[in-house]
Design a protein around this ligand. Structure first.
Ligand SMILES: [Zn+2]
Length: 61
C-alpha cells in the first residue's frame, strides 16, 4: 500500500483553471502571474473608485 500525496486543487479566480496548491506555485490561488495581476488590478480599480464629492474641500480662502 503506497500513499501518494494528492495536492489540493483550487480554481484560479481569474480564468477558472484548476491550480495545484503546492509551495512551488507562488501565484496561488491563481494559475499564473498574469491572472494574479489581472485580479489585483481589478481590486485596485475598485479601491480607487471613490466618490469625488466625499472628499473634503481644500481650505482655499
Ligand atoms: Zn488563471
Amino acid at each position: 500500500m503506497k500513499e501518494t500525496p494528492v495536492p489540493r486543487v483550487v480554481t484560479c479566480r481569474t480564468c477558472g483553471k484548476p491550480v495545484a496548491w503546492i509551495p512551488e506555485n507562488t501565484y496561488r490561488p491563481f494559475c499564473s502571474e498574469r491572472c494574479r495581476s489581472i485580479d489585483l488590478g481589478a481590486w485596485a480599480a475598485e479601491e480607487y473608485r471613490v466618490p469625488e464629492q466625499s472628499k473634503p474641500l481644500p481650505d482655499e480662502q
